[in-house]
Design a protein around this ligand. Structure first.
Ligand SMILES: [Zn+2]
Length: 136
């Protein structure tokens, strides 16, 4: 079943958690979201579920670090993507694996915060499949 007038079937979030302004969305990660569940907790690869305090939209938060053994300036990557209630439940029960999240990025906007070794950090919305890799 398609949405009315060809609008996307699934719409996510509110202006505060999924608005155009990526800096505003990134800036309220700490106080604007409720931590819901830890899916994977590692120092180089972590996945958790968060919920917007404004509209209750659930988001998956994926953190990957690539250790810079020589310089100690680890590259850090964060991807924040809205998920449906079913997907969130699948992540907590294990029926949806963190590595499968990348495929959900197809046609679904997600916020990327990339901080490569040597910087500078970049923040941008992106759409399309993405690769979920364990940190090194
Ligand atoms: Zn929201």
């Amino acid at each position: 079943m398609g949405g009315p007038m060809g609008r996307p079937v699934a719409e996510f979030g509110c202006a505060k958690c999924y608005g155009e302004d990526e800096r505003a969305v990134w800036g309220r990660q700490r106080e604007g979201f409720e931590h819901e569940a830890e899916v994977l907790d590692g120092s180089r690869f972590a996945v958790n579920l968060r919920r917007c305090r404004e509209c209750s939209q659930k988001f998956v938060w994926i953190f990957t670090a690539v250790v810079d053994w020589m310089g100690g300036d680890d590259a850090q990557y964060v991807t924040i993507m809205p998920v449906t209630a079913d997907e969130a439940a699948g992540l907590t029960t294990g029926t949806l694996r963190p590595h499968d999240l990348g495929a959900l990025g197809r046609g679904r906007r997600h916020l990327n915060h990339d901080w490569p070794t040597g910087g500078p950090a970049r923040l941008h919305w992106r759409s399309g499949r993405f690769l979920v890799t364990q940190g090194r």
